[in-house]
Design a protein around this ligand. Structure first.
Ligand SMILES: [Zn+2]
Ligand SMILES: [Zn+2]
Length: 699
């Protein structure tokens, strides 16, 4: 084989796109080595593009084994050497090494950010044999043909070593914290109880769990206090409107009653009308965080899901690189060209054309910056396949947001009419859009409420249909959801755009939280309690964000990697030491917490027969079979029991049967859709059917 240029990408899709963009005739050739795909492109020279599979290398302990701590010595190793189930990585690295042997020039084309830079660097250094010093760098923000060709002709002469330093340090620091703290917890619990359960915490995970626990505590300790609200229903031109009482929340019942009585049976008079005109500026372009929270509130997608979908759209060259924290759209991306392409799509045609007619295209921008990429924008390219629903939605959202940032401010008018009913004042409010501006482009994603009022004049008499007194209670603060938690992490500057969504997922995986409105489980409470008692530093936001800032400084060359690492170990060493000294105490606490959590997972609900016991999933000592039994059995008070299917998993998820109101369990068998099972033999839903019919689908 002749000598060629070897280009390394982060993912297979990107490799294929780069190869076909660089091939003279746009026809790259796909090859395979041991199942590892690579692509050959021909122009004046031969180019081989080989993809990675994300990270191929990772940080690991120098001395092997998972069962000890503290661990302060580490090295970078291939992932197959450190992780279970990473076997594929071995063949992958072998294939890349082979291709590197015959290459005379190397180009790193991984995503241009912290993670991508680390991925490319490790491959060049370890798999290609120290080629990181001679490698060049491709930088691009979209995978369109034009962008890729341009980036190839304008290659950066070398890798971005400060970015690599910063990224490497981040992995090392996070690994040091994660491995030491998580092992301390897991090993303490295992040594005490003899049973294994993964417990984890980390530099970012700890403080994040603390946000949730703090909120949960204030919800649990919340005491609702009563208050009263008064509103008047008034009739104007045969339509009924609600006017709110001037005093808002009234805390004393007698005061509320007095106002109500005074207004009863009286008509009102319009005392004053205030009209205010105001503008709403266009939104700012999406960075990953704002896209994630917008997609959460519009479609209910978790940050992780949005991130996955956006990544797919990027790999198909439909949107620009999504893992960005920029809210800027530099003119270099060529707004006009994108809008021209969008105008070929029927549903955007009119909107894009209108924007193109403007004398100047100037986007509204936000404050946040990113040195490597602009904000997320559509490339204007048409999809090459049918997109699924979530892809369509995210793409449409990105397109409309892009157009909206070029729009005019929205002009609105608010009206506040003060109605006097027997010397008590009520406000009737209206809100109206005068000029749509950018909202036209954002279309279905605009959240604004229009309340149109009929024409009214000062001095006019208003018919009062009735005055209503409402009993209310103050409400506890609301729980975090994955979207608002992500926002909180951003505001407090912990984690990075690449890691936050995964940290939230880990909290679910470890069963520290459950449900979409994130409720902290007892296990979550207990783990945090242990951390707060024995290593309060680890859950403090301060420590985490200080480290975060120092790591950012490495990127700006204002801090040395070695110094940050040494300090991180110095902070960690006494913490881990203390955990070790208190291992027994901690082990006991955590073991009890795990035991309780496992028991709780098996409780189905109150026993409908005796009314005082709880129904639980139990295992027969004789046969090992599972069944449902009442906890009062152990007290000799209730013998209620029901059979359970022995296949698959059975889990209570807090739903009751709509036929009989009994608690139900969810049964899950691999390859089938999970179903709710009512185990009540006398359930009316079962009597409808002929005997012997399977008890299923009772949702
Ligand atoms: Zn019972
Ligand atoms: Zn039932």
């Amino acid at each position: 084989m002749e000598k060629y240029t070897l280009i390394i990408t982060e993912k297979p899709d990107a490799a294929q796109r780069i190869a076909s963009a660089l091939d003279e005739k746009g026809r790259m050739e796909k090859k395979e080595d041991n199942g590892v795909p690579y692509y050959v492109a021909r122009r004046d020279e031969e180019i081989v593009v080989v993809p990675a599979l994300g990270h191929l290398y990772t940080v690991a302990e120098e001395r092997k084994g998972r069962n000890y701590y503290p661990v302060f010595n580490f090295r970078w190793v291939p992932r197959y050497a450190a992780e279970r189930g990473a076997k594929q990585i071995r063949t992958w690295i072998q294939a890349i090494s082979k291709l590197a042997n015959n290459a005379e020039m190397f180009i790193d084309a991984c995503d241009y950010d912290i993670e991508g830079s680390v991925i490319g660097y490790c491959i060049l250094k370890y798999a290609c044999g120290n080629k990181e010093t001679i490698s060049r760098r491709m930088k691009y923000s979209t995978l369109t043909q034009e962008a890729l060709q341009k980036s190839y002709t304008e290659l950066l002469p070398h890798l971005d070593f400060t970015l690599i330093e910063a990224g490497g340090t981040r992995h090392e620091v996070d690994w040091l914290y994660g491995v030491n703290l998580s092992r301390a917890l897991t090993i303490s619990a295992r040594n005490w109880s003899g049973k294994y359960a993964t417990l984890s915490t980390g530099r970012v995970q700890g403080p994040t769990l603390k946000f949730l626990v703090t909120r949960e505590k204030s919800i649990r300790s919340f005491v609702p206090t009563p208050y009263w609200e008064i509103r008047a229903e008034v009739e104007i031109d045969e339509s009924v409107f609600e006017a709110e009482y001037e005093k808002g929340k009234i805390e004393i019942k007698t005061e509320a009653d007095a106002a109500l009585n005074a207004c009863k049976g009286k008509n009102g008079r319009v005392e004053k009308i205030d009209v205010k005109k105001f503008q709403q500026k266009p939104p700012v372009p999406f960075d990953l965080g704002t896209l994630q929270s917008e997609a959460y509130s519009l479609f209910g997608y978790t940050p992780r899901r949005t991130s996955f979908v956006a990544q797919r759209l990027y790999l198909e060259a439909l949107i620009s690189y999504p893992r960005t924290s920029s809210q800027k759209l530099p003119p270099a991306i060529d707004y006009e060209a994108i809008l021209v392409k969008l105008s070929k799509v029927p549903k955007y045609k009119k909107l894009a054309k209108d924007l193109l007619q403007k004398s100047e295209l100037k986007p509204r921008e936000g404050k946040k910056k990113d040195p490597a990429h602009p904000a997320i924008y559509p490339t204007g390219k048409l999809p090459e396949r049918d997109l699924d629903d979530s892809e369509k939605r995210i793409l449409d959202l990105v397109v409309r947001r892009f157009m909206a940032v070029f729009g005019e401010p929205t002009k609105k008018q608010s009206i506040k009419a003060c109605i006097n009913i027997n010397e008590h004042r009520f406000y009737l409010r209206g809100r109206q859009t005068l000029k749509e501006g950018w909202q036209r482009f954002y279309g279905p994603y605009v959240r604004s409420e229009e309340i149109l009022l009929p024409p009214i004049d000062e001095g006019q008499t208003i018919k009062v249909k009735q005055v209503v007194l409402e009993d209310k209670f103050t409400k506890p603060p609301s729980r975090y959801n994955p979207g608002s938690l992500l926002k909180k992490m951003e505001e407090t500057e912990i984690g990075t755009k690449a890691t936050r969504a995964n940290i939230i997922q880990t909290l679910y995986d470890r069963k520290y939280v459950r449900e979409e409105r994130m409720a902290v489980t007892n296990l979550g409470f207990d783990v945090l309690e242990v951390l707060e008692e024995y290593c309060p530093n680890v859950v403090s936001i301060k420590l985490t964000s200080t480290l975060e800032q120092r790591m950012d400084k490495i990127q700006a060359k204002r801090e040395k990697r070695e110094k940050v690492l040494v300090d991180a170990v110095e902070i960690l060493r006494p913490i881990v030491q203390k955990l070790r000294e208190k291992e027994k105490e901690i082990g006991e606490k955590l073991s009890n917490a795990i035991k309780r959590a496992r028991l709780e997972e098996r409780i189905i609900g109150m026993c409908p027969v005796c009314g005082t016991g709880k129904l639980m999933i139990l295992y027969s000592r004789k046969t090992g079979k599972r069944f449902i039994g009442c906890t009062n059995y152990f007290k000799g008070k209730c013998e209620t029991s029901f059979p359970l299917p022995q296949k698959g998993s059975v889990k209570p998820i807090g739903k009751v049967c709509r036929g009989c109101g009994w608690p139900t369990v969810q049964v899950r068998i691999k390859g089938k859709r999970p179903w709710m099972l009512c185990f009540n033999p006398d359930c009316p839903l079962k009597k409808d059917r002929s005997k012997g019919v399977e008890m299923r689908n009772l949702r």
